[in-house]
Design a protein around this ligand. Sequence first.
Ligand code: SAH
Length: 262
Amino acid sequence: MASFTPSSASDRAPGATTASWRATVLTLYPAMFPGPLGEALAGRALADDIWSLDCMDIRDYARDKHHSVDDAPFGGGPGMVMRPDVLADAIDGARASMEQTGGTTGPVIYLSPRGTPLKQSRVREIASGPGVTLICGRFEGVDERVLESRDIEEISVGDYVLSGGEIAALTVIDACVRLLPGVMGAAESLSEESFEHGLLEYPHYTRPRSFEGRDVPEVLLSGDHERIRSWRHAQAEKTTRIRRADLWAGVTDECGNTRARP
Ligand code: SAH
């Protein structure tokens, strides 16, 4: 198992607490990690030990001399299917190694286009727990029985098909890590974001004040914080109503009534 820990990890006193939030990834392509999560905000937080990443190569659990992890589908059809026995061993291995180190796996999730679409509310739940274990599929996907026998949650990152679960796993981890305490500078920038109140975010403007003949809305230059707040809220509502009827249908006013009009 490859662990991505900060260079200072070896300097820590024995028994010192390890990173509080832990991502474990089961993949056939461990070299894809930490990938983009080693950079910028997530990369800094990884180096600062705010979170840690363990990558397990599913192929290490192969049982035959060819190290095969997949086989042809029963019933025929194109492509290959990941074997349940190999994957079950990898999942059990992840759970066992987590128990040895006194941690818990958090939810065990298979990234799948058939899964529950990922929402910010689920991201918040996962980020507030001990961590997450993510299973990355390849080929046509995994044998159904391992999902049943290991009681695996399925999550989709959108209604399109990726070539593997790795980029979806990076997406889930990235969305969680930025919510961990100490990762983002200003806490209020999180509370105002898209989806936090069921609304998309208001538009942003910065210098220059005039760009190709387009001026920054006057209200943002007014210094009147109450007017700015209410303008931004109105913009967030308008954008949500126009772009996302599905979200708008769930938005309620101060009295709890939905805002959507037939
Ligand atoms: N035959 C499958 C697609 C397999 S794609 C189907 O039609 O549903 C190969 C792998 O990519 C999957 O096992 C899954 O782990 C990952 N994947 C593809 N699209 C995804 C999505 N939208 N969300 C999460 N994971 C996805």
